[in-house]
Structures are given as C-alpha cells and as structure tokens.
Design a protein around this ligand. Structure first.
Ligand SMILES: NC(=O)c1ccc[n+]([C@@H]2O[C@H](COP(=O)([O-])OP(=O)(O)OC[C@H]3O[C@@H](n4cnc5c(N)ncnc54)[C@H](OP(=O)(O)O)[C@@H]3O)[C@@H](O)[C@H]2O)c1
Length: 230
C-alpha cells in the first residue's frame, strides 16, 4: 500500500503490534490516539503519530485524509455516562472515523476490532455502559458504510498464546476463548491484504495445536455477511 494506513488506537497494546506489522510490510502508518505521552512510550519507530480523539470529529480530518485503509482498535471504556462511554467510543467514534476517512470521496478499506458476544445483548458484559449494544451498532455502521470492510470479534485478549499456538476463526458469535494480541494483530493486517476477507465478520481464538491454516485458506472458508442463507 502506497497511501498511509491509519491505526486508530495505534498506541494501544494491540494497535502498536498492528502498526509494527504494517511497517514491516513497507506500508506508511499513521497512528491515532489521545495521548502524546502514551504514543511516545509505545509506538514503533517509523509510525507517524497524530493526536486525535474519535469523539471529536474535528481532530480526525487531518490524520485520516487520503488513507488507503484504517484499522479501528479503540478501547470502549465502560462508563454509563460521560465522555468515556461505549456509545461515544465504539459507535459514534466509528461513525466519526468513517466520515473523516471518506471525505472527498475516498474509499478506504476498513478493519474494525469488535469483540465476541456483540450479538448477545443479555450477556452480563452489557451491564458496563451497554458496551455490547454499542459494539454491534459500530459494527453495523461499518457494514452499512458501503466500504470494503472486515469485522473481527476477538475473544479475551492475552499478550502471549496462553490458550495454544493454533489460530481458529469462527462465525455466528457462539464461541468463547482467548486470543493473543500478536495473532489478532496479524489477522487485522492479513485482512487488509486478502480480498476474501472483504465483507466478512468473524471471531478469532487460540487453541491447542501447532500449525494454523494459511490466512488465505482461513478467510476462504468464511461466509460473507451478505451471502444469502439456504
Ligand atoms: N481486553 C480484552 O480482552 C478484549 C477483548 C475483546 C476485544 N477487545 C478490544 O480490542 C481492542 C484493543 O485492545 P487493547 O487491549 O490493545 O486496548 P488498549 O491497550 O487499551 O488500547 C486502546 C487504544 O485506544 C486509544 N484510545 C482510547 N480512547 C480513544 C479515543 N477516544 N480516541 C482515540 N483513541 C483512543 C488509546 O490511546 P489513548 O489512551 O492515548 O487515546 C490506545 O491507543 C479494543 O477495542 C478492545 O476493547 C479487548
């Protein structure tokens, strides 16, 4: 990719791994987050940092202008009210990012990091600021944007592969388990480069085992969100 890839939440524990993998592939990276200090501590050299807050649309125009793709991995917060609530971070923030990235008619590729249980609104996790409801609304904003996209719903995140070496992709939001941030970061980057990952939503987990299927094979086994059933 010649144009920059924006990693929104690029200074986070997942985002910085995504940024590093993109840089390793030679893609220019713009990392976006609220705190310069946070970015200084965590961003890989070579990633350009832009101070931006997804809750404030005016801060997104410059960093998202002309980007080839964006990876959205912002933490939702769990408050019921106030600025750090999921409605603003993983729903309105997603809409703000999509609006800024498409200014001037651009059509970036989008990878949204959501979470498992996003469709289970009776799950106890939803008690935290209705996070699951807003996650699903953010997912739907991406699906309805008309842009090429992938929605990834990770299980519980770990820094190492505690649940096993193998990566398993699933669909239908029925599973539960852990996935390492390095494997999730790789999935985000691979999704950007594989046409078979366009228009799909999947869950991702680690499991015992030694080898994972090739990404092309794993993506080819997934159903598109708009594939007619039956
Ligand atoms: N932890 C889990 O088990 C789990 C499970 C499923 C899904 N997830 C999701 O996976 C994603 C990555 O998780 P992580 O552990 O890597 O998160 P993290 O380390 O907390 O990183 C979050 C990133 O979001 C940025 N951010 C937060 N609020 C922002 C805002 N209003 N505007 C712009 N940037 C903002 C943070 O930077 P600043 O603070 O500097 O703004 C940081 O770069 C998140 O969406 C998380 O919810 C996590």
């Amino acid at each position: 990719m010649d144009n920059p890839v924006a990693v929104i939440g690029g200074s986070g524990r997942l985002g910085r791994l995504v940024a590093q993998r993109l840089l390793d592939r030679g893609a220019p990276v713009r990392a976006i987050g609220r705190s310069v200090q946070h970015a200084r501590r965590s961003l890989p050299p070579g990633a350009l940092f832009f101070e931006g807050d997804v809750r404030r649309p005016e801060t997104l125009s410059e960093p998202l202008a002309g980007t080839a793709a964006l990876v959205y991995c912002v933490d939702p917060g769990t408050a019921d009210s106030g600025p750090d609530r999921p409605e603003t971070t993983v729903y309105q923030g997603v809409r703000n990012a999509l609006a800024a990235a498409t200014e001037g008619g651009h059509r970036p590729r989008v990878v949204l990091v959501s979470q498992i249980h996003a469709t289970h609104l009776a799950h106890p996790l939803n008690a935290y600021g209705r996070v699951l409801e807003w996650r699903l609304a953010g997912e739907n904003a991406v699906r309805d944007s008309g842009l090429p996209y992938t929605v990834i719903r990770p299980g519980w995140l770990t820094d190492t592969r505690e649940a096993g070496e193998r990566v398993r992709l699933e669909q239908g939001d029925r599973g539960f388990g852990q996935v390492s941030r390095p494997d999730l970061a790789e999935a985000c980057v691979q999704a950007l480069f594989h046409p078979a990952a366009d228009g799909v939503t999947f869950e991702i987990f680690n499991e015992p085992g030694t080898t994972s299927p090739a990404w092309s094979e794993a993506f080819a086994g997934l159903q598109g969100d708009r594939t007619p059933v039956g």
